[in-house]
Design a binder for this molecule. Sequence first.
Ligand SMILES: [Zn+2]
Length: 216
Amino acid sequence: MKILILLGAPGAGKGTVAQYLAENYDVRHFSTGNLLRNEVKKESDIGLRVKDILGSGGLVGDDIVNEIVSKNIGEVLSTGSLIILDGYPRTRNQAIELDRMMSGSLKDEIRVLELAVDNEVVVQRISQRRVCASCGKTYGPQDKIEVCSCGGELIKRKDDEEAVVRSRLEKYEEETRPVSDYYADRLVKVSGEGKPEEVAQRVDKTLAKFEIKKRR
Ligand SMILES: [Zn+2]
């Protein structure tokens, strides 16, 4: 049993790596965002609380996120696949709570892969990014096209403007640096710079070190 936590600033390429892992390894994705949305849809107790908080423009706190994780992680752990945690733990408190949930030796099965990308590279990547207005597919500077493959218009999102990106990076640093410090002895840093296939090679090497086998 292995749990892999993906850490990385916005624009570091976590989404691309997660997709690569899904295609090449026997993995189960554990997304707290999806779990939250499911609870809201089911209108469960937690779901209704989340709906209230979001409806009033608030942020879902550690206590609710931890509650949702502890409610669902047992089922996921019983599948025997490599579990990828994406977007969780986001704060040091969540990381401590996750260790508490993983009774005994399970704690040692947690490994952390942090995608490290220089801030200037992220700013460049994101501020050159365009998104399809109809299907949401993202395009980089290497895509010299004006229209999405689905026929949709390519636009620049407000969130992708340089000033916004810089403030998101600052916020990430403030919130998540303590998480990677907490995991120092279980963490490997992988450079997220360069071509996707170069990053993929580094990821393969790191997972081999963790004794996680690629799917054949
Ligand atoms: Zn499209």
